[in-house]
Design a protein around this ligand. Structure first.
Ligand code: SAM
Length: 140
């Protein structure tokens, strides 16, 4: 089988501090339960926070470090009628590259800590990137 020649190295920009310690206790989507937590940004990336404000929504891209990377098919919880479905047609954390996409609201910014609401990522989940949610771009 053909494989990509690319190997991508990514340094996390921070990590999630959350009351969610196990997969079983996490909501399937953060907007369902409005769980509060913090994104702790490593000091060398702190300047990249500049401009973010309380009340802004941000996309948080994280690495689901406890996920299975061999899963290719799942039964999506919100579309059971579809039966076994490819993971690219689902929001399963279990997938070849377990990248999580969290839409959260900023509650407070203190130094390198961004308090947010709407998380479904577990405590200590590495954060890869943050992007401002901007409805003209994000709502097709
Ligand atoms: C269904 S996924 C949705 C994630 C994200 N909102 C998305 O759409 O990409 C959320 C689930 O991922 C699992 N999860 C959260 N953090 C994880 C981690 N660090 N490693 C593995 N699984 C994780 C939890 O079981 C949680 O309920």
């Amino acid at each position: 089988m053909k494989q990509s020649k690319y190997r991508i190295e990514i340094e996390p920009i921070g990590w999630i501090e959350s009351p969610l310690k196990t997969r079983a206790e996490a909501p399937r989507q953060g907007q369902e339960a409005k769980v509060k937590g913090k994104i702790i940004i490593y000091p060398q990336f702190k300047r990249a926070i500049k401009g973010l404000k309380v009340g802004d929504y941000i996309w948080v891209l994280c690495w689901f470090h406890l996920a299975s990377r061999t899963t290719l098919e799942v039964c999506p919880r919100l579309a059971q009628e579809r039966g076994l479905t490819g993971v690219f047609c689902s929001r399963s954390p279990d997938r070849p590259n377990p990248i999580g996409l969290e839409l959260v609201k900023i509650l407070e910014i203190e130094e390198n800590k961004i308090s947010v609401e709407g998380l479904d990522a577990l405590d200590k989940t590495p954060v890869l990137d943050i992007k401002l949610y901007f409805s003209p771009i994000d709502c097709p």
